[in-house]
Design a protein around this ligand. Structure first.
Ligand code: ME8
Length: 519
């Protein structure tokens, strides 16, 4: 492992002002699939998710619930942690911004920015959205008929006037523009990058980075009547995860992050403020920031007031964890908005999983159980069709890696399903069930080729469906140590004669409940 390249990936950290929703689930699953892919591909991976627990929004919600902020966030953070487990995620750390090491790390970031002359005390007066935890210039707000004002993302803003520390963001305008030009994929997808570049070109103002009107936050070093602006605190979680500022931390080598996976609504914080803070502190910048799209419920934004919020725990229980993960990542082009609906998820489960992959595995393995003494059949001389089939499967890793360069999880799955579709055509065209009487040796070869292709498919889908893929690999008799990407292609061909367990269905069809009540 010593020579394995490192890969550090993070999700956004989730606000603990309410329980997790499907958007949070989506982001976690996507990030987890990327982390698992990199692990299987031989990287030394550190993947982190967690919760963003400070700030005015959380403090107010806690008060509304009659709880202290800490008691309130403890309950919600536990729920996020449970969701991570319930969705079969494999993060290496679940970070909370109330963790003690996060305070040490964030104090140090502040001190370094201050030592660089980038922090000064002044007075802030302007508009603030508690829901977005963001300041808005007057021109970014709109006055409503009832006299209230809405900020850039349509949330209410309130007038704030108080003593505040400021960060010299304006000073970093040129350096940021140079960054976007020098590292073209720093912000992706491209559309998000264009938005950020034009925002920065429009001119940057210094940023208010402390508040005095509430106290649920990290105190400013040396001036504890101020708490740090929650975004300074939150963004720094990524450094905390690597043991910053301790250079001897076993995780120090993971910085800089290879990618921050976040939603499109918080790209500005990650691609303007965060790199500016790091430049100020003299620290290396993350390599990439990927802003995924939003998951919508039949085209509509989910919100409590619309009553269309879907509980991710319910979804996983209704459809199955791996099925839900597959749906999220196959249905939505990663980077764009996507839709959730019962019909769409059932369609994917029954067509792609039960029919295309599940049936092929079930049919070929049942024939092997019946005709080949339950052992991996012998592989005779290969025909051109056999060679072409195997070559397509052997080439899948290269195509998967290519898709993964842009985190195109949907393309990765499309590539794998193209192999599955070809395997179905191969199986149908070669009709192994007809060969038992006429040419059993040829039948065995067709079955061998078919399950060898399924082996490779199963290895490749592990990042997305870890449990189901694991079951499929069990059915194929593939040992645990032969399940990573190094075993793809010729290197890990199935051994004829290996005894196989009795076949069983890995991907059951989704059947509507008796009373017709869709979930
Ligand atoms: O923004 N579909 O937290 P958050 C897809 N604490 N993704 C969605 C979504 C949806 N419907 N709704 C939200 C915060 N998200 C800050 C982040 S990071 C240092 C601090 C995504 O709980 C959202 O874009 O509001 C973000 O990436 C993540 O969920 C957490 O959102």
């Amino acid at each position: 492992m010593a020579t394995a390249p490192k890969f550090y990936l993070t999700t956004a950290i989730h606000y603990t002002n309410g329980p997790p929703h499907i958007g949070h689930a989506y982001e976690m699953v996507a990030a987890d699939a990327i982390a698992r892919f990199k692990r299987l591909d031989g990287y030394d991976v550190f993947a982190m998710t967690g919760t963003d627990e400070h700030g005015q929004k959380v403090q107010r919600t806690a008060a509304q619930n009659g709880l202290s902020p800490k008691a309130f966030v403890d309950g919600i953070a536990a729920r996020f942690h449970e969701m991570e487990q319930a969705l079969g995620c494999s993060f290496d750390r679940f970070i909370r911004t109330t963790d003690p090491d996060h305070k040490i790390s964030t104090d140090e970031l502040w001190r370094r920015m201050e030592a660089n002359g980038d922090i000064y005390l002044a007075k802030y007066s302007g508009w603030y959205s508690v829901r977005d935890e963001a300041f808005y210039g007057e021109e970014e707000t709109t006055l409503q008929p009832d006299g209230t004002r809405l900020g850039g993302q349509g949330t209410p803003v309130e007038w704030v006037e108080e003593e505040s520390y400021f960060f010299r963001l304006a000073k970093y305008q040129d350096a940021l523009l140079k960054l976007y030009a020098d590292v073209p994929d720093f912000v992706s997808p491209e559309t998000r990058k264009n938005e950020v570049v034009s925002f920065v070109k429009g001119g940057l103002e210094d940023l208010s980075i402390s508040r005095t009107s509430f106290d649920w936050g990290l105190p400013v070093p040396g001036d504890p009547k101020h708490v740090m602006y929650v975004w300074v605190d939150a963004l720094n979680n990524y450094l905390t995860g690597t043991g910053f500022p301790d250079p001897a931390s076993p995780r120090a080598h993971y910085w800089p992050a290879d990618v921050h996976i976040i939603g499109k609504d918080i790209v500005r914080f990650h691609t303007v403020y965060w790199p500016a803070f790091l430049m100020s502190a003299g620290l290396p910048l993350p390599k990439r920031v990927f802003g995924h799209g939003f998951l919508l419920n039949k085209g509509t934004k989910m919100s409590k007031s619309l009553g269309n919020v879907v509980d991710p725990f319910d979804l996983a229980a209704t459809y199955g964890v791996d099925q839900l993960r597959y749906f999220f990542l196959r249905e939505v082009s990663f980077g764009q908005d996507g839709n959730y609906s019962h019909d769409a998820i059932v369609g994917r489960i029954n067509a792609d999983l039960a029919n295309d992959l599940g049936n092929l595995a079930q049919r070929s393995l049942s024939m092997i159980a019946k005709n080949c003494e339950g052992r991996v059949p012998p592989c005779g001389a290969l025909t051109e069709a056999d060679d072409a089939m195997l070559a397509m499967a052997d080439g899948a890793l290269a195509r998967a890696r290519e898709a993964m360069k842009d985190f195109a999880l949907h393309s990765l799955l499309a590539e794998i399903w193209a192999v599955v579709a070809e395997a179905n055509r191969y199986f149908a065209a070669n009709e192994p069930w007809r060969l038992t009487k006429t040419d059993p040796a040829r039948r065995d070869t067709v079955l061998y080729v078919t399950i060898e292709v399924i082996r490779q498919v199963a290895i490749l889908v592990q990042p997305v469906m870890p449990v189901a893929a694991g079951k499929l690999l069990d059915l194929l008799g593939v040992p645990a140590e032969a399940r990573n990407f190094a075993a793809l292609g010729k290197a890990g061909r199935l051994d004829s004669g290996t005894a196989l367990p009795a076949p069983s269905a890995v991907f059951p069809r989704y059947v509507e409940p008796e009373d017709g009540q869709a979930a």
